[in-house]
Design a protein around this ligand. Structure first.
Ligand SMILES: Nc1ncnc2c1ncn2[C@@H]1O[C@H](COP(=O)(O)OP(=O)(O)O)[C@@H](O)[C@H]1O
Ligand SMILES: [Mg+2]
Length: 219
């Protein structure tokens, strides 16, 4: 089982959005996925409550239970665990980072967000695991993404070649317990999530399995 930790000490960066969209992409590649929700606000868990499908599993847990929850996920046949974390929670984020094969730091391409990631980068460095920033909610126009890439390079940290743009489907899909790949399977948001997942698999040495099934969800 591979483990992704999604970290950002800033709220609203896109941690839960990323966790959910990667988990659905995994399921559509026949990679059984579990989201481990370490955020006391439990956004991923309440998304799951409004979801009709049984998969992916979402487990709400405290960081002290992380190892046993991961063991249970592994025994249950999960191929991928995605740990969604809370902002302002350095010790829980560090526990998640230490457990991970890959750390992803979602970040909006705005100056205040880019300044705020230095704390999160420190946590990733302490864990000493592969880490990459993923630009999220990139506006359709303008050069913000390029400016952001330069700023990230200044921290000496990798940036994913794929980004998630600011798209209504990423937000609206969640309301009905879906992800963009289900809400609008042929849309741009869905394609971005799928592309990001393929890249993530490559980073972790996880065979990206079958070609994604785009219409698997029951109505
Ligand atoms: N790429 C995106 N396009 C549009 N809305 C987004 C995008 N990413 C996140 N959002 C919205 O921004 C808000 C914060 O995202 P969320 O994933 O909950 O952040 P975090 O978990 O880091 O606090 C949510 O309302 C979410 O729907
Ligand atoms: Mg969240």
């Amino acid at each position: 089982m591979k483990v992704i930790a999604i970290l950002s000490q800033k709220g609203g960066a896109g941690k839960t959005t990323l966790a959910i969209h990667l988990a659905i992409a995994a399921e559509q590649h026949d990679h059984a996925a579990v989201i481990i929700d370490l955020d006391p606000q439990a956004s991923a868990t309440s998304w799951k409550d409004s979801r009709k499908d049984e998969t992916p599993a979402v487990v709400s847990a405290q960081a002290s239970r992380l190892v046993s929850v991961m063991d249970a996920a592994k025994k249950g046949g999960a191929k991928l665990a995605i740990i969604d974390t809370a902002p302002h929670s350095e010790s829980a984020s560090l526990a998640a980072a230490r457990a991970a094969d890959l750390i992803l730091i979602p970040c909006r391409p705005a100056i205040l967000d880019l300044r705020a990631i230095s704390n999160t980068i420190d946590i990733a460095r302490i864990a000493n695991k592969p880490v990459s920033v993923v630009l999220n909610s990139v506006p359709p126009r303008g050069s913000l993404a390029e400016d952001a890439a330069t700023a990230v390079a200044g921290y000496g940290i990798a940036i994913a070649p794929m980004q998630l743009r600011q798209r209504a489907a990423f937000m609206h899909a969640l309301t009905g317990g879906q992800a963009a790949q289900e809400y609008e399977p042929k849309g741009k948001a869905a394609a971005e999530a799928r592309r990001l997942y393929v890249w993530v698999c490559q980073q972790m040495g996880l065979n990206d399995g079958k070609k994604a099934k785009s219409h698997r969800r029951a109505a």
